[in-house]
Structures are given as C-alpha cells and as structure tokens.
Design a protein. Structure first.
Length: 122
C-alpha cells in the first residue's frame, strides 16, 4: 500500500544588487533550467570574499566588514544600531574597525536585528 508523501519544500534565494529575491515551492522542473544556466557561468562567478578582499582588509577583518555592511544595508547609523543592541556607540565603532571582537552572544543579537545567520558575524 502506498502512503501519500508530503510535497518536498523548495526554496531558492537569490541576492542581487542588495536585494533578496525569494522563490518558494517552485517545481524542480522549473529550477533545472536555472541551475543549468548558473553552471554555464560558474567559471565567471567570483566569490564575494575575493571581490571584497580590499574592503575586508581595510575595515579590520571579515567580522568588522559584515557588521558594517549589514548596518549600512539596513540604513542604520552606528548610534541607531547601538540603541537597538543597548550598547555604547563606541563599541559599534570598535567592532567595525576590527578593534573589538564580535562574540557569539552579540552575533546572535545582530542576526536577529538584520534577519541573518549569526555565524556570518563571527
């Protein structure tokens, strides 16, 4: 006797020019042409870390770069982010210049504000 199977959940997220396009429950038959097209250009795709290596180095490291990029992307000032986190603005400045580390607790708080995975801030 066959048992009805739950339809597998499909979600595709594409980030393009600072905007996130989210596609849900797309049949795999529709995704295959997109996957083939992306594979055709895979040799031309440059990892973001490679593109941003100068900014990452100048900003004090990857964590510092991610915090600053997320804050700027959200249109927040350092003071506004500090208010949301309930920490001094000087801490945000130190984090963004690589003078202060982002701990796991702060990374999780940042992730909630920016709706991102906390691990990108570590």
């Amino acid at each position: 006797m066959s048992v009805p199977m739950k339809k597998p959940h499909t979600e595709v997220q594409i980030k393009l020019e600072g905007k996130v396009l989210l596609f849900r429950d797309i049949p795999s038959s529709k995704l295959k042409p997109i996957a083939r097209a992306l594979k055709a250009y895979s040799e031309e795709i440059i990892p973001w870390r490679e593109l941003a290596k100068d900014r990452i180095k100048a900003s004090g490291g990857e964590s510092a770069h991610m915090v600053k990029s997320a804050r700027e992307g959200a249109g927040l000032t350092q003071a506004q982010l500090a208010d949301k986190l309930k920490i001094p603005q000087s801490n945000i400045s130190q984090i963004e210049t690589g003078k202060r580390a982002v701990g796991k607790n702060l990374a999780k708080r940042l992730a909630r504000i920016f709706k991102l995975d906390y691990r990108i801030f570590l």
